[in-house]
Design a protein around this ligand. Structure first.
Ligand code: G4P
Length: 523
């Protein structure tokens, strides 16, 4: 099927990084290169905590961090970019993981000083599971960071992906001179003051002009690295890139915008347009004329004056027109999508048309769940939107027993949004919640009180983690009988076990060889 040009120009991606690697800074530069903002510095003012990209909730402002993911759009070089934000604080949540199910590629952003860090490793696991194509940017080259070869080696050994440098830096820190582009033998001169990027043609890495520009020592080091990189490494292979097995690597400095244009060009040239997606019935091609999509995120109360919920839909095929009627597969009902919105932080903008690859927000009257499929009438469901095992757990005790209805409603609605998971233990009436990042406890407590009037205490349960129990029903039943104290049901009535420590998990794996104890609900 030939791809519709509107769809072919879509690039829907997310940023995978550890807090402080420069995600906000580089996002701001993207918007600047896309001419969405006039001045870099407009989007964020973290220092005075007044306005960050997705400051939707009061708690976000109080904590000065962004809690929920948003979607930003910008044009660049004939492409239309949808950047799905991934909450990046160390208290990141399940939304961060789920954002990766809505994208076609990802930017892995690495701090040159700290190298590959914990959160990046976790998010990369999700990318690997989904075979997401990755482009890597090593940031903060204006600081004294790790050596180039060390960073490449870390990407390969820790992130488990073949890394192919497309540029190589010359100099580092205060003596950072610029980057050499391997494909076209150009040298991009770094100017810390102006941020201006001058591009000079070289005859090759041995061009004597490089020594004049950068000094002999730095050039000698660069030539050694160049030889290692071009001599010993595999050539770039686009097929392997599309399978998520090989990634191009760029170096730069987001704060000055240096290297960011090359990076965006790489996304435009290499990253895939929306790709076919699997459903339980068949593969859906993005160029099919009929609209289809799935809900990957639900966000409540973005506007505190209205108790509304917004469902974020990733469009997988066709074109979507404002006011269209679509079929909600799970409830087997038609719904009219009256006012779909595109997002730039607090400014919602009603849109008339959207295409496969785009993400739209629609008003949710309480109908949608994470993972729901919308079609033009076909009964099928997109696969691959799992729940991810939370890492922190707490019992939810209601402090005012008269509010039990409000608590039940609040827990149901807030857990449907997907940032928190709700479990019912076998041997206790007190519900347990699980979150991927600890901040979600604060968010949940705050929202239960402010939106539902339910004051709760959240009593932490020290534990190793939760696993879904998968296998023959009789075996699962046996496990649950033997280990009832640790067993719970999730919102879909699936069995999970909350292991108090790693040893108990190891023991379970050993004693119940027919069962699988898995970290995502899809196994
Ligand atoms: P995040 O969203 O990934 O958490 O990171 P963010 O962009 O907020 O960047 C974290 C810190 O790193 C910021 O400094 C930012 O200015 C700095 N930074 C980002 N890119 C570069 C770079 O290329 N070079 C250098 N030297 N620093 C960079 P901060 O002191 O925390 O905040 P601010 O006072 O600068 O706003």
């Amino acid at each position: 099927m030939s791809i519709n040009p509107e769809i072919a120009k879509r690039r829907t991606f997310a940023i995978v990084s550890h807090p402080d690697a420069g995600k906000t800074t580089i996002t701001e530069k993207f918007l600047w290169f896309g001419k969405v903002i006039r001045e870099a510095g407009h989007v964020r003012a973290k220092a005075n905590r007044s306005y960050t990209v997705s400051d939707w909730m009061k708690i976000e402002q109080d904590r000065g961090i962004s809690v929920s993911s948003s979607v930003l759009n910008f044009p660049f070089e004939g492409c239309w970019f949808n950047l799905v934000d991934t909450p990046g604080h160390q208290d990141f949540c399940e939304d961060t993981y789920r954002a990766l199910t809505a994208v076609d590629s990802a930017l892995v952003l690495i701090d040159s000083v700290n190298g590959v860090e914990k959160q990046t490793i976790k998010l990369m696991d999700v990318c690997r599971m989904r075979h997401t194509p990755i482009i890597t940017f090593i940031n903060k080259m204006d600081l004294d960071g790790r050596s180039v070869l060390d960073l490449i080696d870390q990407i390969e050994s820790v992130l488990k992906i073949k890394a192919i440098p497309f540029t190589l830096p010359i100099g580092v820190g205060k003596l950072f001179k610029g980057v050499y582009c391997i494909a076209d033998n150009t040298f991009n001169v770094y100017n810390a003051q102006s941020g201006h990027q001058e591009i000079l043609q070289m005859s090759g890495p041995d061009d004597p002009k490089l020594v004049e520009l950068c000094g002999e020592n730095w050039v000698n080091q660069f030539r050694e690295e160049y030889d290692v990189v071009t001599g010993g490494m595999d050539p770039f292979n686009h097929e392997l890139f599309l399978k998520g097995e090989m990634c191009p690597v760029f170096f730069g400095s987001a704060v000055t915008g240096f290297g960011v244009r090359q990076l965006l060009n790489a996304f435009a040239d290499l990253a895939p347009a929306p790709m076919p997606r699997e459903t339980d019935k068949r593969t859906v091609d993005p160029s099919e004329s009929d609209f289809s999509g799935f809900v990957f995120k639900i966000q409540a109360n973005m506007d505190p004056k209205h108790r509304d919920r917004t469902a974020f839909i990733r469009i997988c095929s066709g074109q979507f027109q404002r006011g269209d009627k679509v079929y909600h597969v799970r409830s087997e009902r038609d719904v009219r999508l009256a006012a779909p919105t595109a997002f730039l932080a607090k400014d919602k903008e009603v849109i008339d048309t959207a295409w496969a690859g785009d993400i739209v927000g629609i008003n949710d009257p309480g109908l949608f769940h994470i993972g729901d499929t919308l079609t033009k009438g076909e009964k099928m469901s997109f696969s691959g939107i799992p729940d991810f095992a939370p890492e922190y757990f707490a019992r939810v005790t209601l402090l005012n027993p008269l509010k039990s209805k409000q608590l039940a409603k609040g827990l149901k609605e807030l857990t449907e949004e997907g940032a928190t998971q709700l479990y019912q233990p076998f041997k206790s009436a007190i519900p347990v919640i699980g979150v991927v990042g600890e901040l979600q406890f604060d968010v949940l407590k705050f929202r239960l009180m402010s939106e539902y009037g339910a004051d709760v205490s959240l009593d932490r349960i020290p534990s190793f983690g939760v696993r879904w129990i998968v296998g023959d029903p009789a075996e699962v039943e046996k496990f649950v009988t033997d280990n009832g104290g640790d067993c719970m049901r999730d919102k879909e009535e699936r069995f999970v076990c909350l292991f108090p420590n790693e040893y108990r998990l190891t023991l379970a794996v050993k004693n119940y060889p027919e069962l699988k104890f898995v970290e995502t609900s899809l196994g």
